[in-house]
Design a protein around this ligand. Structure first.
Ligand code: IMP
Length: 427
């Protein structure tokens, strides 16, 4: 009855899609447990490239049942357009299951996300503008709309009316925007009900039954550890829990059922949006990482901020997630540097600090302390085993493993499905 968690160990975009897809062939269920269409997975299958935002990447593996768990926030228009996009390319999406308890993103959440960011000016978070934060805020405030509400018109109407009563005041009086019509929202959302009804299920029950039948369930996080609303670089975070605990609450699977927690770790670091980033490079090395690594957001098309590997962050991810393994991605991007700096600690106000400081102010002041590891120039994209890697690449991986506190069980050496070195099996 193995339940595995796969999550981002940094600020997201570590290449989770490739890892989930790699495992997808051997797992029975792939579950998204938090976030929404703020995420972006690129999965390359043969010569086909798929960009997924909301759907679990397991949707591309025949034989695997993709699940959108209760912890996710769903924009139904995006859901339906992703589904029809895949159908047009011949992908069967009929097995998808959607939790009736998942919350819905509505047009008013998107409007509020955008106007709030504009209002914050220089203090903005740099959100994806998809309404994620406001939808989670409504969930916590107990005025959210859930998938199951779509199937009871009078409840849906009452809830939308209640949610808009104060929001329209704020939109009109504070933000100088037009009020949003509750009738229009209800009409639009009732239209989605018929189209998604066949997917909706008691996913918690089904997943626990599957585990009892020894099925393999993979819980897939969106974003990353440092974007977690509790454990990330608050307030520059997303509004949910990508960390391992979120996999339990966002799916209804208890912690005792989880056997492996795999952290996806990029061989360097990237971040999108605002917030502190100690190893960020604003020079030609940063530009080169962005270019070679194709570091442009799948969701928003924004350039990602790039920097060297930060072992302090990796250690922190091991700690707050209880990681059992790492999947190191994009090692090939580092090919060609004579030496590669790796941040092993921070200097904060003149003192060397080995662990991520809990204080936001300290983290803003953290300066990276680098060790310089010898680079390699050989093409590593054809490497199939660890021994195929050049000695310096092997030493780089081993050094990262030692600093990060969990074994590196797989290494990505190129974007394609087969361009992965498996060291230990995840199953
Ligand atoms: P939100 O999730 O749209 O509210 O955005 C909050 C922060 O999380 C912003 O800095 C976003 O750029 C960041 N973010 C959200 N989703 C992702 C992701 O999938 N990868 C990387 N950053 C993300």
């Amino acid at each position: 009855m193995p339940a595995l968690v796969l999550l981002g160990a940094q600020w997201g975009d570590e290449g989770k899609g490739k890892a989930t897809d790699l495992l997808g062939g051997s797992v029975d269920y792939v579950v998204r447990y938090q976030g929404g269409n703020n995420a972006g997975h690129t999965v390359v299958v043969g010569d086909q490239k798929y960009a997924l935002h909301l759907l679990p990447s397991g949707i591309l593996s025949p034989g695997c049942i993709p699940v959108i768990g209760n912890g996710v926030v769903i924009d139904p228009a995006v859901l339906l357009s992703e589904l029809s996009g895949l159908n047009e390319r011949g992908i069967d999406t009929s097995k998808l299951l959607i939790s009736g308890n998942a919350h819905l993103i509505t047009p008013y959440h998107q409007t509020i996300d955008k106007v709030t960011e504009r209002f914050l000016g220089k203090r903005k978070i740099g959100t994806t503008g998809r309404g994620i934060g406001p939808a989670y805020a409504d969930k916590i405030n107990r005025v959210g709309i859930r998938v199951q509400d779509l199937f009871d018109e009078s409840i849906l109407r009452q809830k939308v009316d209640a949610a808009l009563a104060d929001k329209n005041q704020v939109l009109v009086k504070l933000f100088n925007r037009r009020a949003i019509s509750a009738d229009q929202v209800v009409e639009e959302y009732l239209g989605y009900a018929e189209q998604i009804k066949d997917y909706v299920a008691d996913t918690t029950l089904l997943l626990n039954q599957a585990l009892e039948q020894d099925k393999v369930v993979l819980l897939e996080g969106g974003q990353g550890t440092l974007l977690d609303v509790d454990h990330g670089t608050y307030p520059f975070v997303t509004s949910s829990n990508p960390t391992a605990g979120g996999a339990c609450t966002g799916s209804g699977i208890g912690p005792t059922k989880i056997t492996r927690v795999i952290g996806i770790l990029k061989a360097y670091t990237t971040r999108v949006g605002a917030g502190p980033f100690p190893t960020e490079l604003l020079d030609e090395d940063g530009e080169a990482l962005r270019r070679i690594g194709g570091e442009r957001g799948v969701t928003t098309g924004r350039d990602r901020r790039c920097g060297w590997f930060d072992a302090v962050i990796a250690r922190y991810a091991t700690r707050v997630n209880g990681l059992t393994d790492f999947f190191l991605t994009k090692l090939d991007v580092l090919t060609g540097w004579e030496q590669i700096p790796v941040c092993v600690a921070y200097e904060i106000d003149g003192e060397r600090v080995e662990e991520l400081p809990y204080s936001q102010t300290d983290f803003h002041h953290a300066k990276p302390v680098y060790e310089y590891l010898p680079g390699w120039s050989e093409d590593i994209s054809k490497a199939q085993t660890f021994a195929d890697l050049p000695k310096n690449a092997q030493a780089y991986v081993k050094a990262l493993e030692e600093m990060s506190g969990a074994p590196i069980s797989a290494i990505g050496v190129g974007p394609g499905r087969t361009e992965t070195i498996e060291i230990n099996s995840f199953l």
